[in-house]
Write a protein that binds this ligand. Structure first.
Ligand code: NAD
Length: 355
């Protein structure tokens, strides 16, 4: 398979972690007989320094022309003083809207080797935690009308059937590629928008007989995520509920450096990035954990390129690295072998196997 990947290294630790993800992708390409072609695109503080714009049009064009986009992270104290419209994060917002992504997908997975890092009790963690939250990204209360009149403030929560249907399809398709269970989270006992949400999800369910759909109220879901997260495979929910639940879910895994994400729209092209920022405090010191970025590349293989065996191989390599006792500084514990970012990438590439 031939694929073109736009590579946005970004700022801070971005270039370091992306370099390691590319090492792993190169190894996958060699081993499975694919060709991944990388196109460098500039975005964030580095683009501002170079072009005077955090996402120049020609850099966005490169991303739009590619089959998918792999991003490190952007931002840092160097650009704190720049005017709002030039901030590195503005480049990221423009990239997301330029790519037309409306779904943010974050896995919450506990690696058994790192179970101690979870704030949850061992008896809960032992049951296994491996689910994805599919969050609607461009609608709902964050994008409704906001106004304040005297002592009254109003924020409008609005969803159309079309908006619900397109995020619903991503939820069903994601569940179909995993363990086949989709939990739709809403507040249909109170909100009209949630009743519409539930109705659309059940209509879509008829088109995905291989996926088992369940419903959960958002307040109950927040409790279940800490009480028994092993029950979830894929959660699909609206923007604000997803914002809150995905932060809750990332906390229970214990390590920010390990968590990947994808943002998807229509079609197969996606934006893949770790959930953490540019970590300026450790940039350039070979201390960053590249695993969140490597796992983002694995998501790209699975969800944009439909290469599940290759994605499995990358995820297995992460498990083997941890089994062998290698840890970057952020996940280091007594008795383990500390490695830098580069050595971590080398080891991961070396652990890639075909079966
Ligand atoms: P951060 O995620 O960059 O760092 C928080 C803490 O986690 C730091 O101590 C950092 O060293 C550590 N950390 C993060 N990723 C790590 C990794 N891969 N390996 C080891 N340790 C890691 O959050 P912050 O410090 O609040 O933000 C720093 C900059 O990143 C800011 O400019 C912020 O705006 C930006 N940011 C960018 C994104 C993005 O590009 N998507 C997301 C969040 C923050």
């Amino acid at each position: 398979m031939n694929k073109e990947i736009a590579v946005v290294r970004g700022d801070g630790i971005g270039p370091e972690i992306v370099a390691e993800a590319l090492k792993v992708l190169d190894r996958v390409a060699d081993m499975f007989g694919h060709s991944f072609h990388y196109v460098e695109a500039w975005m964030g503080g580095c683009a501002l320094d170079r072009f005077g714009d955090p996402l120049p049009e020609q850099e966005l064009e490169k991303c739009l022309a590619a089959d998918s986009v792999l991003l490190g992270a952007v931002g840092g104290p160097k650009w704190n003083g720049v005017p709002g419209h030039l901030r590195p994060e503005k480049g990221l917002l423009r990239l997301r809207s330029g790519l037309g992504v409306y779904s943010n997908n974050r896995p919450a997975k506990i690696w058994p080797q790192l179970a101690d890092a979870s704030p949850l009790k061992a008896s809960i963690v032992e049951k296994g935690i491996d689910f994805i939250i599919v969050r609607e990204l461009t609608g709902g209360i964050y994008f409704g009308e906001h106004r304040t009149e005297g002592d009254t403030a109003v924020d409008v929560l609005k969803y159309t059937e079309k908006e619900i249907e397109r995020i619903g399809r991503i939820g069903f398709a994601t569940a179909a590629k995993r363990r086949g269970r989709l939990c739709s989270v809403e507040k249909s006992n109170v909100l009209d928008s949630s009743r519409l949400w539930k109705k659309v999800m059940h209509r879509l369910a008829e088109e995905y007989p291989e996926v088992e759909l369940s419903d959960l109220l958002v307040d109950n879901c927040a409790m279940q995520i800490v009480k028994d997260p092993s029950q979830f495979d894929v959660i699909v929910t609206e923007n604000m509920f997803g914002d809150i639940l995905s932060d809750e879910a990332s906390m229970i895994t214990g390590s920010i450096g390990m968590i990947p994400s994808s943002s998807l729209g229509d079609g197969s092209r996606g934006l893949y990035e770790p959930i953490h920022g540019s970590a300026p405090d450790i940039a350039g010191k070979d201390l960053a954990n590249p695993i969140g970025t490597v796992l983002s590349a694995a998501m790209m293989l699975r969800y944009s390129f439909d290469l599940p065996s290759e994605a499995d191989a990358v995820e297995r390599a992460v498990g083997q690295l941890l089994d062998a006792g290698y840890r970057t500084a952020d996940i280091m514990s007594p008795g383990m072998k500390q490695v830098g970012c580069r050595a971590c990438g080398d080891l991961l590439a070396g652990f890639i196997r075909k079966d």
